[in-house]
Design a protein around this ligand. Structure first.
Ligand code: NAD
Ligand code: 6OD
Length: 489
């Protein structure tokens, strides 16, 4: 596409589309073609966005009865369904992912997020206590839920609309207004969502979007802005540290969903066929670019060779290709910069003594796709827990397979990490499944499955993987303030 004809992605401020101080190019990771010119918000645009959100906070949105707000969230979900093709096309162009994955996971979950949090807010109760006092008197304590205020929402590129709406739905449900900073890699769906929200009856200024990068750009301008009352962030652990420092300045609350180095533990008594299916999905979904993806697989020694062989076969069967290809299972990495990082881990693994079972390089792809950021699904053996590639998050289609002999050893190896996001256990002995899952130092432990979600359950991580939990009523705790009223009766 000629850059003079590329679509423009503008900032959304108080219902208006505002240009930025400059534009930057967004390319399609599948083929390197230009998708859009994105308007980079300078500090003035971020300031206007925060002011618009502050003004809207005092308008009808915050004052709306909860049941009416829940109805608006349900209307948003319906409108996402109506415009699913348009949203999916934007998301596919920004990410290069298989179109079927975008439709079935990202866009479907965007609608589900709004429906789930409509139900959560409509049914939420508050604490109330009848307090006994001396002399038989009583007092009534009850808590009133209020919005947190203007919330800064900063999200990454891997599941753009899924992760944005996972935070946006409860934030709006609690009556907040927001300024969203999508990833510079995936600006389109958040911008399109502004039309959908307006159409569903969300007043101007409640949802604002600023585009740009992190340090010295829109991300930093937003997190350091004094008009922001709280920050919800999904992204890398190191970015979380920087944002936490910015938030500390005015003691603002943060909710962080960060990186992972997730383990799977595979016992010899597992259902091998189902386990290999589950592991394949957990290592390679979205080209390994899901924070929950498995990058360490601990396998009980008697079935180690079998698991390695079967998983390698499955990795070789993945079909890298055009997002619309009917056979395509796997897309590219998000950017050339990210591919360089993943390739540097491929080199490091070899220098640390890995045997490359499959993959390990850049694949040959269809001629029209050779400008894209493709990478081979990769498996390593021969590494121990001290290798850097077994300790650091790669965020690509890759896993190290390591044998173990006892339950104790498996738990010790799995928990030997600074991260604490997710884990899975594969066994037909359910007592063992429960026992192992409960001993994992992670936010989410799956048994005989992976990334199976109930949006009412707590989601988040420990250690370097995050702060706090979102999901169901856990989200309400972050996105609202409580005032306790005590009345002496
Ligand atoms: P990233 O941290 O580089 O960027 C995320 C967002 O933060 C982007 O919008 C970026 O522009 C912004 N940003 C970067 N530096 C900033 C700064 N100093 N101040 C303010 N904003 C800043 O992450 P990414 O590369 O986009 O995403 C991949 C990472 O996200 C992986 O580590 C992955 O594990 C993690 N992730 C975690 C979860 C989870 O639920 N735990 C979910 C998805 C992704
Ligand atoms: O499914 C979700 O709600 C969620 N927050 C997923 C995060 C995936 C990380 O990449």
């Amino acid at each position: 596409m000629n850059s003079s004809r590329a679509a423009a992605v503008l900032n959304v401020v108080g219902g208006e589309r505002l240009p930025g101080r400059a534009t930057f190019e967004k390319v399609n990771p599948a083929d390197g073609s230009l998708v859009a010119l994105v308007h980079d918000a300078g500090p003035d645009v971020v300031d206007l966005a925060v002011s618009a959100a502050r003004t809207a906070l005092d308008g009808p949105w915050g004052a709306m009865p909860v049941n009416e707000r829940a109805q608006v969230l349900r209307r948003i979900a319906d409108k996402i369904d109506e415009r699913a093709d348009e949203l999916a096309a934007a998301e596919t162009a920004d990410t290069g992912k298989p179109a079927a994955l975008v439709r079935d996971l990202d866009v479907a979950r965007a609608a589900q997020n709004f429906r789930a949090f409509a139900d959560v807010i409509a049914s939420a109760g508050q604490d109330s206590f009848l307090t006994d006092l001396a002399g038989g008197r009583k007092a009534l304590n009850y808590a009133v839920r209020k919005p947190l205020g203007v919330v800064g929402v900063i999200v990454p590129w891997n599941l753009p609309i899924l992760l944005l709406t996972w935070k946006l739905a409860p934030a709006l449900g609690c009556g907040n207004t927001v300024v969203v900073k999508p990833s510079e890699e995936t600006p389109s769906s958040a911008t399109l969502l502004a039309d959908i929200l307006a159409d569903a009856g969300v007043p101007d200024g409640v949802y604002n979007v600023v585009h740009g990068f992190g340090p010295g750009s829109a991300g930093e301008y937003l997190t350091t802005h004094p008009g922001i009352d709280g920050i919800t962030f999904t992204g890398e652990s190191s970015t979380g540290s920087a944002i936490m420092r910015a938030a500390a300045d005015r003691v603002r609350p943060v909710s962080f969903e960060l990186g992972g180095k997730n383990a799977a533990i595979v016992f010899a008594d597992c259902d091998l066929e189902k386990t290999v299916d589950g592991l394949t999905r957990s290592i390679f979904l979205n080209t390994g670019q899901v924070c929950l993806c498995t990058e360490r697989v601990y396998v009980e020694r008697p079935i180690f060779d079998q698991v390695v062989t079967r998983l390698a076969d499955r990795a070789r069967q993945l079909r890298l290709g055009h997002p619309d290809g009917p056979e395509t299972t796997t897309g590219p990495l998000i950017s050339e910069q990210h591919r360089k990082k993943v390739l540097s881990y491929f080199d490091l693994a070899v220098s640390e003594g890995a045997t490359v079972v499959t993959g390990g390089g850049v694949p040959t792809v269809d001629p029209g796709l050779d400008g894209g950021f493709w990478i081979e699904p990769t498996l390593w053996t021969g590494l121990g827990n001290s290798a850097r590639v077994v300790r650091e998050e790669v965020f690509g289609p890759v896993a190290a397979l390591i044998p173990f002999d006892t339950e104790e050893e498996a738990i010790r190896l799995a928990n030997d990490t600074e991260y604490g996001l997710a884990a899975s256990v594969w066994t037909t002995d359910l007592a063992r499944g429960h026992r192992m899952a409960q001993r994992m130092d992670v936010g989410m432990a799956w048994v005989n499955t992976w990334y199976l979600r109930d949006l009412r359950s707590p989601f988040g991580g420990a250690g370097l993987s995050g702060i706090g939990r979102e999901g169901g009523h856990h989200s309400l705790q972050f996105y609202s303030e409580l005032t306790n009223v005590c009345v002496q009766l």
